[in-house]
Design a protein around this ligand. Sequence first.
Ligand SMILES: Cc1ncc(COP(=O)(O)O)c(C=O)c1O
Length: 395
Amino acid sequence: MTDWQELEGKYYMQTIVRVPVTLVKGKGVRVWDDKGKEYLDFVNGLAVNCLGHCHPVVINAVAEQARTLIQTSNWYYTVPQLQLAQLLVENSCLDRVFVCNSGLEANEGAVKLARRYGHLKLNGAYEVITTLDSFHGRSLALTAASGNPKMHAPYVPLPEGFINVKNNDIEAIKAATTEKTCAVMLEPVQAEGGVNIADDDYLQKVRAWCDQKEILLILDEVQTGIGRLGTLFGYQLYGVEPDILTLAKGLGGGIPIGAVLARENAAVFVPGDHNATFGGNPVTSAAAYATLKYVIDNDIPGNVRKVGHYLMEGLKRLKAKYPFIKDVRGRGFLVAIEFNSDIAQDVLMACLEKGLLVNKLKPDAIRLIPPLTIGNKEVDQALGILDNVFSGIVN
Ligand SMILES: Cc1ncc(COP(=O)(O)O)c(C=O)c1O
């Protein structure tokens, strides 16, 4: 039997320290490794497979489209891309869509759009204010945009024009705003940076400030979009409408796709400004259209609200039982468990052994990002394994 992990060590670029398991099959909330062991998957392609692994809606959309037309070029009109754009616009506060291939591409498009807007309407303003502990992607520009100095250091010099300010602090945004500012870019809930939840009125204050200064508000909903927080888009949870919105992860139900959405007045690209060879490809767009339609038609965000509440109640009980749990926090199915010491790797490995996949968010925190379709039964199974793992922790 091939040792895939040894093969990775030999042939693959060492960009990540992987969890020592080779996954070969998935269905719903379950995956199987190459030895046939079954796991409950609360990592879920890193908050991607919103309908679970290999959902028939996604399979059928991909298979049907792959039999019909796989790739053309954006020089031509194609049906799935335009159906997807219409569905997104009809269900959001935005007016126009550009479809791309990933979260970073969506954010790169959003920043380009904001700079274009700055050039056209704000006397050449080009700076984008972002927050510390944010994560927006790994291109050079988005490395600069992401508020994590450790990410910056190996790649300096980075493109200029990004100002990282303290999170959840409207005064910090105000202080950083100058005549060079064209936009503020935020995640409704900082996901990779720690599942950091800002004050309820923070986004509203930022919106009001952007309106006052006539600059754009970009919401990076690559992780929070498509139901993860219990509303179709995270901005709906906070009663705030962005000028530009970015999506990826959940959008394709597991198929790689991203999108930039903008209000009409911010959609300032003209022909020649922006494009992507694979952006809005018929197969990925068909998968996203089918996924999004299923999410909307079946009120999947409603399930996230209901079952997410159940999950949080269970986690609070575990917190009350185990003093080494410092905090449980989250919205919907974007949840973190923080410990009072760096035991996240030990917890992850013990969960793996007992058949539950969790994500190590930080040395002292794990993240649960299950499919949006699970019910209380799967939550009970995960809580049972976590309880079992925690009971074995000497702290
Ligand atoms: C909020 C946010 N923005 C952007 C990205 C980058 O997305 P991608 O990995 O698809 O480039 C991520 C990925 O985790 C993310 O969580």
